[in-house]
Design a protein around this ligand. Structure first.
Ligand SMILES: Nc1nc2c(ncn2[C@@H]2O[C@H](COP(=O)(O)OP(=O)(O)OP(=O)(O)O)[C@@H](O)[C@H]2O)c(=O)[nH]1
Ligand SMILES: [Mg+2]
Ligand SMILES: [Zn+2]
Length: 300
């Protein structure tokens, strides 16, 4: 039987939706593949066997194989991205340097280029956008301050996403789905009021899905829980902060954790204001979180 190659758009209700040309196949995974451990993510390229067509628009298939990936992001789980769009709100919920650094770290380790989007510019406290720009732009992360609601800044962001496979990631309620709706008028994703009680969106996104957009794709993903760093090693945390490497020549020890060591180029750069204090604080908080996660694993 002929095999087809397609792109996994979403995994929903036990089915994978795979796009082949103009057609979307609803697929299960072949038993043989299940016997071996497999991982399948939105964004994967797969080979499938088409089944018998049951109706005019009902295309079904069985996935036989996942093709090699260009890259893989564990959280939100996605494969083959050209760009990760780390999305936050200026307020409701407040911007968090630590969460931003965690998401940027995950993308950095997966070698996926990323940008920062600050949504809800209409609610921004004075100085916040400049403060965020001052930390991230010198590191090469582009910062887009936008309002999905009023449309401010959306055109420049749209221009930047054209022709790429992009995924939006960020906490619940920051406006990921709203931003995608604003970028593409053909899209109408459900969005939710942020509940004051739980601080989360109510019509919250439940699964990742890729939507065709201007020669590329945009993925909406659910807001994440707090297990972002599971499986991360201390050495990976060091590598995830791209600005550290240039100061490591000043460290007496190699490898250096840039914490308790007496002579440390990274700590000197923090003291001299060459590395942003917020970035170093995030790094320390991430090390502590990794330590606690490991301790928990050890106890299991
Ligand atoms: N003031 C203001 N509110 C906005 C803006 N963009 C989105 N919102 C509101 O923020 C709330 C959450 O928006 P969503 O788009 O559902 O957020 P999300 O990031 O997709 O949330 P999850 O799907 O839960 O991860 C909704 O009530 C939106 O109307 C904006 O630019 N300004
Ligand atoms: Mg959403
Ligand atoms: Zn050091």
């Amino acid at each position: 039987m002929s095999e087809l190659q397609g792109l996994v758009l979403k995994n929903y209700n036990g089915y994978y939706y795979v796009q082949v040309g103009e057609v979307t196949y609803t697929c299960k995974v072949k038993g043989k593949m299940k016997q071996n451990r497999f991982s399948l993510a939105t964004g994967d390229q797969v080979l499938l066997e088409p089944g018998e067509q049951k109706g005019a628009c009902a295309y079904e298939g069985m996935i036989k194989k996942v093709l090699p990936r260009k890259n893989f992001l564990p959280r939100p789980i996605m494969a083959n991205l050209d760009l990760f769009v780390v999305t936050f709100a200026c307020a409701t919920p407040d911007f968090s340097f630590l969460l931003a650094d965690k998401l940027l770290a995950l993308a950095e380790l997966a070698q996926i280029p990323s940008i920062l989007v600050l949504n809800k510019l209409d609610q921004a406290p004075a100085g916040l956008v400049d403060e965020v720009r001052a930390v991230y732009e010198p590191l090469g992360y582009k910062v887009f301050a936008i309002s999905a609601q009023s449309g401010t800044g959306v055109a420049a962001l749209r221009e930047h996403l054209k022709g790429k496979i992009c995924a939006f990631g960020g906490p619940s309620g920051v406006g990921k789905s709203s931003t995608i709706n604003a970028i593409d008028s053909k899209v109408d994703l459900r969005t939710g009021e942020v509940s004051e009680k739980i601080g989360r969106g109510k019509h919250t996104t439940r699964f990742a899905q890729l939507l065709p957009f201007d020669e590329g794709y945009i993925a909406d993903t659910p807001g994440f829980g707090n297990l972002l760093l599971e499986g991360m090693e201390q050495e990976q945390a060091v590598a995830a902060f791209r600005e550290f490497a240039q100061y490591e020549g000043g460290c007496r020890f190699c490898p250096c954790s840039h914490t308790h060591e007496p002579v440390c180029g990274v700590k000197e750069a923090v003291a001299a204001g060459q590395i942003a204090a917020s970035r170093y604080e995030s790094y320390l908080a991430m090390l502590e979180e990794i330590r606690l996660l490991k301790e928990k694993e050890g106890r299991k």
